[in-house]
Design a protein around this ligand. Structure first.
Ligand code: SF4
Length: 349
């Protein structure tokens, strides 16, 4: 075949692509821009233990809705323990919090690539916008993520294509680069104009990142990794999402529920090796004291934990509080001196 007829052939070929879909606006728009060129699209949505579906904080529940509105098939992928192993020591480090965005995106791309291979798709489409996010969307990071996932040249970024080197699909004329966009930066103007053009009602707000970009939550994550031999469990991570946290020693951490909903979640997360504390004579929260595997709990720490849990009960300030303590299916009662505020403040994480 001559090179000119080959070029014509590739121009006519319409390959299948996979889009990394979140419930947010950018990946929705990118999908539409590709579908407008009569390219067949399937979607992959990824959920990490810290973020519902890609970076779309708060819009994860919309991902199915978005896929349905686009009329495309959706595969959801859940990252669990393997994500926590990566988070312990990300090759490309952390952002301003405990967010390992480059490694995280590379994992997402790899998951999408697995799906591409299973359905015979040739390219990956993302909603990435150049320079929108500080860690993972600058030129160099985009390149690293492609390299790490072995997708160099195979990623189409329809919103920023004009600002980036052409993907293979654009180079080969499989996708018309002139119909893609040149949006860059944090402003949402370009995306909102496109949303209007596509008739998208009430476009979702810009995604605010995941829990790992939250400074207060990152502090808890750091503390957890710092005090865990090996890799924390998903249960440990779920526990980070509720209650007030107090680091009592290198071996012991106390979590105290802030409301009924959190107490219920904590009951569910309680493990036999944990110690649970509840005031007997007064209404109060549930406290869970979790100790490092294989370590013993000193009695003074048990009393301290009881004192802090008692402090958040309705018992009169400064008194002794009677609590039940459950550990390895044995329940005992103990009297603890209620802690004062300064103790909690000092130990709070
Ligand atoms: S903000 Fe970063 S760490 Fe969090 S989901 Fe997005 S890419 Fe991953």
């Amino acid at each position: 075949m001559s090179s000119s007829s080959e070029a014509k052939f590739t121009r006519l070929k319409k390959p299948k692509v996979v889009v990394l879909l979140s419930g947010g606006l950018d990946s929705n728009l990118s999908t539409r821009l590709v579908m407008d060129q009569e390219i067949e699209v399937e979607a992959v949505a990824v959920k990490t233990p810290f973020c519902d579906f890609d970076c779309g904080k708060g819009c994860g529940h919309r991902v199915k809705e978005v896929a349905d509105s686009l009329g495309i098939r959706l595969k959801t992928v859940y990252f669990g323990d393997q994500y926590l192993s990566m988070l312990k020591n990300p090759k490309h480090g952390y952002g301003s919090g405990m967010n390992p965005c480059i490694d995280c995106r590379a994992m997402m791309f790899k998951a999408a690539k697995d799906h591409m291979e299973s359905i015979g798709a040739s390219y990956l489409v993302t909603g990435e916008v150049l320079s929108q996010r500080p860690m993972s969307q600058h030129r160099h990071a985009l390149r690293i993520i492609e390299e790490e996932s072995d997708l160099v040249g195979k990623v189409i970024r329809p919103l920023s294509a004009g600002k980036l080197p052409p993907s293979d699909a654009e180079r080969l004329g499989i996708i018309d680069r002139s119909k893609l966009h040149s949006i860059a930066g944090r402003s949402r103007k370009g995306q909102l104009a496109l949303a209007k053009q596509f008739g998208i009602q009430d476009p979702p707000n810009s995604a605010g990142g995941c829990l790992l970009t939250d400074p207060a939550f990152s502090k808890r994550v750091y503390d957890l990794f710092e005090h865990t031999d090996g890799v924390p469990t998903l249960n440990d991570v779920e526990l980070l999402k509720v209650g007030r946290h107090f680091r009592l020693s290198t071996h012991a951490k106390l979590v105290v529920g802030r409301n009924q909903r959190e107490n219920e979640i904590m009951k569910f997360l309680y493990l036999d090796d944990d110690y649970s504390f509840e005031a007997v004579e007064f209404t109060g929260p549930l406290g869970i004291l979790r100790i490092k595997k294989g370590s013993e709990l000193r009695n003074d720490l048990k009393l301290l934990a009881g004192g802090i849990v008692g402090r958040y009960s309705d018992a009169p300030r400064g008194q002794m509080v009677k609590l039940t303590v459950l550990h390895q299916q044995k329940e005992i009662t103990m009297d603890c001196q209620m802690s004062d505020n300064s103790v909690g403040k000092k130990l709070s994480i």
